[in-house]
Design a protein around this ligand. Structure first.
Ligand SMILES: [Zn+2]
Ligand SMILES: [Zn+2]
Length: 512
C-alpha cells in the first residue's frame, strides 16, 4: 500500500514544450548549485490576480456567487480585523490602500531552496520601501537590540535566535546564505525560471530525489550520533555519583576509576558501556576534583564527538535503507501548476524500473476508477470522474507521470470539483469530531456530578437519592451547574445514593 501511494504521488507528468534538454543537464542551479529542492511560487501573479478579482468582483461574478461570498464573509465578520461589516467592498478598500502605500508589493516569485545541509534559502521578489519596513520590524516582538536602519537603502541583520542573515532591499528580501542575487529580478535565475514556467506558471516544485533521501538519512545518522554522546555523558555522571558514594563510605578512597570495585561494592549495578565503544578512565584524582573521561567522548564538561584523529563520517548505504530498492532509480520529481492545469512527474533513470512504475500507475488509476463506479449514489463521484477524464499520462523518457490540462470550462469544473470534494470529505468529519468532543465534555460533566453527589452523601445524614444540582452548588460540592453543550438535561436514573446513574437527555449515561 505504502509503495503504491508513494509511486502514485511521485508519478506523473510534465514536460514543457521546450523540453528537448538532455536529462543530464537538469541541474538545480537556481539559488545555489547544492540545492536539493526548489519551490517557486509566483506571488506577484497571485497578488495581481487577487487584486483584480476583488476589484472586479461585482462585474465578473454572477448574482448567485455574490450572494454566497457575502454570506460566507458574514459568518467570518465577528473575528475579522475588518470588523462586523465585512464585505468584498471593504476588502477591496483595504487591498487598494495597501497597494497605494506601496510598502511591500509582490512583483515576482517566492523562491525557496534547500541545500544539502538542510538550510533554507528564501528569496521574495517585491517592490519594497525599506524605511517603512524597518518601522514594522522595530515593533515586532523579540527584536530588541537588532539594528534595522537601512544603509544605502538596504537593511541587513541576523534573524533573532537563528543563524540566518536577512537582507531587505527595494527589490527583494533574501533570507539565508544565498550565493549570488541577480541585479534584476529573475536575472541569474532565468534559466531555471524558463525551464519551470509557462507564461501562466505560478507554482513549481523540483526535487533532487536522491539528494533529499541522502540528506534526510544523514541527518538521521547525525541525530543518533548526538544521542550516543549523551548516553555516554549519562554513563559518566552515574559513575561519578557511584565514586562519590564509594568515597564517602570507604576510608581508602578511590582516586583512579575502578569500575569492578564499584560494581562489587554495589555502587553500580553493572559496568556502563560507551555506545561507541570508548573506554572510561579517571582524568585527575577522583577523590579530589578529578573527572571521568571517555576515550572517545572526553568528559561531561567538555563532551566531544570524536577524540583523537578525525574519523570520516560513515558513508550512508542509501539503497539498504529504502523501503523499496527501486526508489534509488528515481532521480527527480517535479510538480507544476498554473491556471490551466497541473502536472506531476518523476524521472526514473532505469528503464525496466520505469516500466514497472508505469504499470503500477496505470493499475492504481484503474483501481480508483473502479471504486468510483461502484459508488453510483454518491453525487461527488461524477465530479471526480470528470477530473479523471481530464488526466493525461505523461510518458516521455525518463519522465513518467500524469497531467491535468484544462480548457476554460473544465478548469472551472475541476476547480469546483476539487473544492467540492475536499469540502465533502472534510466537513462531515469535522462535524463528527465536534460531536464527539461535545459528547466527551458531557460525560466529563456527568463524572463531576457523580463526584459531587458522592461527597454530598458522605457529609450529609439525609442522603441525595435523586439528582439536585442546586443543592450540590449550595453545599459547595459543585462550583456551578454543569451545562451539556448540546443542551441535554441531566437527571438521575435509579437511586444515586445506591447504584443509580446520572444521565443526559441527549447523550445518555457515561459508560463507567
Ligand atoms: Zn563514550
Ligand atoms: Zn449531554
Amino acid at each position: 500500500m505504502r509503495k503504491s501511494i508513494l509511486v502514485s504521488v511521485f508519478v506523473a507528468v510534465m514536460l514543457l514544450a521546450c523540453q528537448g534538454v538532455l536529462y543530464a543537464s537538469y541541474g538545480l542551479n537556481v539559488i545555489e548549485s547544492d540545492s536539493i529542492g526548489v519551490i517557486y511560487f509566483n506571488l506577484g501573479k497571485a497578488y495581481n490576480m487577487l487584486r483584480e478579482q476583488v476589484k472586479n468582483f461585482d462585474k465578473t461574478s454572477d448574482a448567485n456567487t455574490r450572494q454566497q461570498v457575502e454570506q460566507m464573509l458574514g459568518t467570518m465578520a465577528d473575528k475579522s480585523p475588518f470588523g462586523k461589516d465585512l464585505s468584498v467592498a471593504k476588502i477591496n478598500e483595504a487591498i487598494e490602500k495597501w497597494h497605494n502605500d506601496g510598502v511591500f508589493i509582490p512583483t515576482g516569485g517566492v523562491w525557496i531552496s534547500v541545500s544539502k545541509d538542510l538550510q533554507p534559502k528564501v528569496v521574495i521578489e517585491a517592490s519594497i520601501k525599506p524605511d517603512k519596513i524597518a518601522e514594522y520590524l522595530k515593533s515586532a516582538p523579540n527584536t530588541q537590540g537588532v539594528d534595522f536602519t537601512p544603509k544605502n537603502n538596504v537593511i541587513s541583520f541576523n534573524a533573532p535566535g537563528m543563524d540566518l542573515p536577512v537582507e531587505i532591499s527595494s527589490e527583494r528580501i533574501v533570507i539565508g546564505k544565498v550565493a549570488a542575487t541577480p541585479q534584476q529580478p529573475g536575472d541569474s535565475w532565468q534559466p531555471y525560471y524558463k525551464r519551470v514556467t509557462s507564461p501562466d506558471q505560478h507554482l513549481a516544485v523540483e526535487l533532487d530525489v536522491q539528494s533529499v533521501i541522502e540528506s534526510v538519512l544523514t541527518l538521521h545518522q547525525q541525530r543518533s550520533a548526538a544521542t550516543s554522546e549523551k548516553i555516554c555523558a549519562a554513563n559518566m555522571r552515574v559513575m561519578m555519583g557511584a565514586t562519590e558514594m564509594y568515597n564517602m563510605d570507604n576510608a581508602e578512597m578511590m582516586s583512579k576509576l575502578d569500575i569492578d570495585k564499584l560494581v562489587k561494592g554495589q555502587y553500580l549495578r553493572e559496568p556502563p558501556k560507551c555506545p561507541n565503544g570508548g573506554t572510561y578512565s579517571a582524568s585527575g584524582d577522583l577523590a579530589t576534583d578529578g573527572e571521568i573521561a571517555c576515550s572517545i567522548h572526553n568528559t561531561v564538561s567538555n563532551l566531544k564527538k570524536y577524540d583523537g584523529p578525525a574519523q570520516p563520517a560513515a558513508k550512508i548505504d542509501v539503497a539498504s535503507q529504502l523501503p523499496d530498492p527501486r526508489l534509488q532509480h528515481i532521480a527527480r520529481a517535479r510538480i507544476f501548476a498554473d491556471t490551466t492545469g497541473m502536472l506531476i512527474a518523476i524521472a526514473v533513470k532505469d528503464e525496466p524500473t520505469r516500466q514497472q512504475f508505469k504499470e503500477m500507475l496505470h493499475q492504481n488509476l484503474k483501481m480508483v476508477e473502479q471504486q468510483l463506479s461502484q459508488n453510483k449514489g454518491d453525487a461527488r463521484v461524477e465530479t471526480v470522474k470528470k477530473m479523471f477524464a481530464a488526466l493525461t499520462h505523461v510518458d516521455r523518457a525518463p519522465w513518467l507521470g500524469i497531467s491535468v490540462k484544462q480548457s476554460e470550462n473544465e478548469q472551472i469544473l475541476v476547480g469546483t470539483a476539487v473544492v467540492g470534494v475536499l469540502a465533502a470529505i472534510a466537513i462531515p468529519n469535522f462535524q463528527k469530531a465536534r460531536g464527539e468532543a461535545r459528547k466527551k465534555a458531557c460525560y466529563a460533566n456527568q463524572r463531576v456530578l457523580m463526584g459531587g453527589v458522592e461527597m454530598y452523601n458522605m457529609d450529609n445524614a439525609e442522603m441525595m437519592h435523586e439528582l439536585n444540582m442546586q443543592a450540590l452548588v449550595d453545599g459547595k460540592y459543585l462550583k456551578a451547574i454543569p451545562q451539556c453543550l448540546d443542551g441535554g438535561v441531566y437527571s438521575s436514573e435509579g437511586d444515586i445514593a445506591e447504584n443509580g446513574k446520572i444521565k443526559c437527555s441527549i447523550h445518555g449515561s457515561v459508560d463507567w
